[in-house]
Design a protein around this ligand. Sequence first.
Ligand SMILES: [Zn+2]
Length: 419
Amino acid sequence: MRKTIISVMLSIILICSYTVININAKDYNNDDKLLIERANSILDELGTEGEDYLLQESSMDISVPKINMEAYIRSKQEEINTKGNIKNNQLLRKDTISEILKLYPELDVCDLDNWTYGKYYEYDTEQSMKKYLPTDKEIIELSQKGLKVDDAQRLKSTYGSYKAILDRSNDEIKDALEQIYLSDLESAKNLVVQEPLIISKFNSRGPINDPPDNSTTYTMKVGGDGVTYLKYYWCNVSGYKCDWFLEDTNTHRGDNNITYGARANVLFQKLYNTTESYSSESMWGSYSNSRKWPHEAIDFDYGRGSTVYATFSDDPSISGDATLKISKAYYGRIVYVCGTGSYKYTVSLQHVGDRITSGPISYDDPIGSESGYGANSDPYDFASHTHISIRKGDDTTWDVYDKTLDSDNIYSFVYYHLY
Ligand SMILES: [Zn+2]
């Protein structure tokens, strides 16, 4: 659901208004001015004067100030956690090590029993950074457009690929970035860093503290029918990046930020029948800048045309054959139900091409190919990716963006069906 049909419609409206009534162009400029004023007033409130490192050079000469979110969050955490990040000096938990090996099997030869969380996070950050970088050729093309690499990486969640960003008009990209810069300032303004709990529980390896990097939140007010407050936590998910996750996902609790990344990897490898490490632009419950809601699925990206396989347990006593419920070109939906009793789940995929049209589906069956089907039932409605979510029981409701996270924990499904 990355490419924004709404924004396409909006830009059509904008283009039409601009052509027909000239005054709308003036209003638009006023909006722009208001946005810059608003951003500057938040910046004043934050009191970042004299802390220039917190501001970064913007892309495309954008006038909205661009804050270095990660540096800002780190500086706030250091103010609160004067003793430093305690968890970074602790040894990895045994059960967490087995999850890590599902994402980084090459670490099996290392003595992970003696690795601290700090050492693991360093390794993970380096691997993730490499994975999501544009190619050298793309870096040149992005810089010709005036785009910084970090901004291009942010935009990739909206447009799906660096190529898709390069294909967009400068005006559209500028608008999208202005919104991202402003939304970073808003989240900085509403940021709350909690003091880490000293000791929450013990295990055989000693006390487990709630890690400071998982105790940073911001709460945003969302409109619509009535006012809702959504609380997000800043978490670094293994194999992904630092992002805001809706509180309900529990990504911030214990070692879930590592476990969820490992399980996303298992799901990805099963979905595409590959040994490559997963690539995702949006995770379950991560905040979407373009949609302003938590994302109710995982968006995986393996390449247009890649075969997509059915994902459920190879143990017939758990899953049996799956029943195909929906297979349509509209948004490329494939929905099937697998499992019985408490293992019964509905798996929903979107944007899929070459879909199977009748069931039942057996374990390991190819069910389609990665594509970009959307509202126009056209394979190029979206940059190619697969949007996958699960619900407990037999429930074929759409999982897109919503104030509430209605889809169930996809990582529990992975645990029951793919471990
Ligand atoms: Zn999606």
